[in-house]
Design a protein around this ligand. Sequence first.
Ligand SMILES: [Zn+2]
Length: 289
Amino acid sequence: MKTWLGLILAATLGVIAPAASAQNNWNKPTEPFHVIDNIYYVGTEGLGAYLFTGSKGHVLLDGATPEGAAIVSANIEKLGFKLSDVKILLNSHAHFDHSGGLAQLKAATGAKLYAMQGDVSALEGGFYLGSETNKTMSAPPVKVDHVLGDGEHVKLEDIDLIAHLTPGHSRGCTSWGTTASASGKDYEVLVFCSATVAANRITPPLQYEGIVQDYRATFAKAKTMRVDIPLAPHPEFFGLLQKAEKAKTDKSHNVFVDPAAFAPYIAQLEAVFETTLKQRTDAAKAAAQ
Ligand SMILES: [Zn+2]
């Protein structure tokens, strides 16, 4: 299992090497698995994608990279679901490792893409907002059919997802919430977008106007959220593949129920963000002298 230190290092390394060098497990297949209720993991080994199934069609969250899209499609079919039953496509954030496969998946399913206002330009333009000329971070452009606002519900018969705007990592970074039931109990599920600094410039010239305030608003908002089942676009954030492995033998309870994980994770992200901001601000001051 990855340690917090590992996560901090990964986040810090992103500062040094922000280039979008694809990590070696991003385009590697992995077995799809059931999370809880109507929720399935259909991503690659390194990139999450989630299928919310319903009686009148399904909702797919995230498309991995352009290379990963075929893995996502294959995983949906491996679980016995039809691509043509995917009616709505969603995105955690408009970065090529989560949005790069959306154009292909849209064509393969015929689904409509719903996206948060702040990420529409990047999705439709196929660029990383604020780094438009950096082609290593570009993605195939994809048309947004419905623009979402903070707190909007996306409903499809028995599926009900809430779009929580948690900006910073991207301007329209969206954390998706829903309630899942198992064994007569309800659980709050959240696919937390991300709040790592990664390739973002958080000192001038800013990645986008207001980015620092956005990160801080996201940390404040995340602290108010109750999350019983934390999920993420990067499965290692909450050790999801390890949990899936454990679920094969441990049938006594749902191993994805992990209510103690979210708050400390957010606290660590916030600490890394503030430390990084201070270091970069100090470095910029020193350089200006
Ligand atoms: Zn990202």
